[in-house]
Write a protein that binds this ligand. Structure first.
Ligand code: NAX
Length: 325
């Protein structure tokens, strides 16, 4: 039995935090033989709610859960952390401009990046869920010069899983028979779910994509706007599915992606696929020996190129706005 892995979850009293921590404690993220030390970081006003969550975690009597601590001080919460799940973020309030939202989050993620740089474990892996997730990850990475940039990632796995589910319905194929789907770009309405390289049961994704009307008017917007559809249906935003995707992301990062498949993760571009260096962009990735490797050499057709470029342009504008705010 190894020493407990220190897992810090920010925004732990929020919806996604609440939906994540019980499954993490049950071993769904790091495996059923890895003990866990959970750290819950919240804003001071939400510390009581996080304490309530910690009490419920206690009541789960999880064999793998060695400790749960609640903090409102990032310095304590990230001390020695090997996994930093950055879920808490400033939501857009009424009358708030997009620039204000970017600025407010830039402050939060600059501070958290700097603290992680200083006090987290040497092997720290960061996943940003809080929106605007890609840009928040870019800001945090920019403030953590001693952490390799590729350890700062943002969640696009929920979009990836949504794309697989939609393909499964369309083709009448089990989700387990679908592979090599890619989300490119930003976790926003400009994201591009690419099925040209996918395998869908016995068919190729390119074959399905030949129905351009379905691709353009149905599949792509359904995936990209799924978050809004969930809000309309449930009256609040995706929580359990986002928690599930976060757990999938970290599990694959640590334990590896299946041979013959890949997944989608946003990480700082090393300058591939025409994405400028440092832009936190979603790519097709494999996890090898605990590190993300971008799947290179995929042929990008004109249809895909235009959509990737549009999302990357949005990311560049966001980054400029966040870093100069
Ligand atoms: P909630 O509002 O339920 O919870 C957020 C929690 O974060 C609150 O309890 C708040 O007190 C806390 N918080 C805010 N700032 C903090 C800080 N500086 N330090 C510590 N805690 C802080 O939101 P929830 O539904 O859980 O969503 C969390 C974030 O995920 C949002 O930014 C949301 O937009 C984003 N999402 C990202 C997704 C993705 O795929 N990347 C999908 C789902 C979700 O929309």
């Amino acid at each position: 039995r190894s020493a407990p892995a220190v897992v810090t979850v920010t925004g732990a009293a929020g919806s996604i935090g609440y939906a994540s921590v019980f499954r993490i404690a049950a071993g769904a993220m790091l495996g059923h033989d890895q003990p866990i030390a959970l750290r819950l970081l919240e804003l001071p006003q939400s510390v009581p709610a996080a304490v309530g969550t910690a009490m419920e975690l206690d009541d789960g009597a999880f064999g793998l859960l060695k400790s749960v601590d609640v903090f409102d001080d990032p310095r304590k919460a990230f001390d020695g952390a090997s996994f930093a799940l950055l879920v808490g973020a400033r939501p857009r309030s009424k009358g708030m401009e997009r620039a204000d939202l970017l600025a407010a989050n830039s402050d939060i993620f600059a501070l958290q990046g700097a603290v992680i740089n200083e006090v987290a474990a040497d092997d720290v892996r960061v996943i940003v869920v809080g929106n605007p997730a890609n840009t928040n990850a870019a800001v945090a990475a920019a403030h953590a010069p001693e952490v390799p940039p590729q350890r700062f990632t943002a969640l696009t796995r929920l979009d990836h899983n949504r794309a697989i589910a939609q393909l499964s319905h369309r083709a009448g194929v089990e989700v387990g028979e679908i592979s090599r789907v890619t989300i490119w770009g930003n976790h926003s309405a400009t994201q591009y779910p690419d099925i040209f390289h996918a395998r869908v049961g016995g068919r190729s994704g390119a074959d399905l994509a030949a129905d351009r009307e379905w691709l353009v008017d149905d599949f792509i917007p359904t995936v990209a706007r799924r978050g809004t559809a969930i809000i309309e249906a449930r009256g609040s935003s995706s929580a359990a599915s986002a928690a599930n995707a976060t757990i999938d992301h970290v599990r694959d990062w640590v334990l590896g992606t299946p041979a013959d498949d890949w997944t989608s993760t946003a990480l700082p571009s090393p300058g591939v696929y025409g994405v400028p260096e440092g832009i936190v962009c979603s790519f097709p990735v494999r996890s090898v020996d605990g590190q993300w490797e971008i799947v290179e050499g995929l042929e990008i057709n004109g249809f895909s190129r235009a959509r990737i470029d549009a999302s990357v342009a949005e990311l560049e504008a966001e980054r400029v706005a966040a870093l100069t705010s």
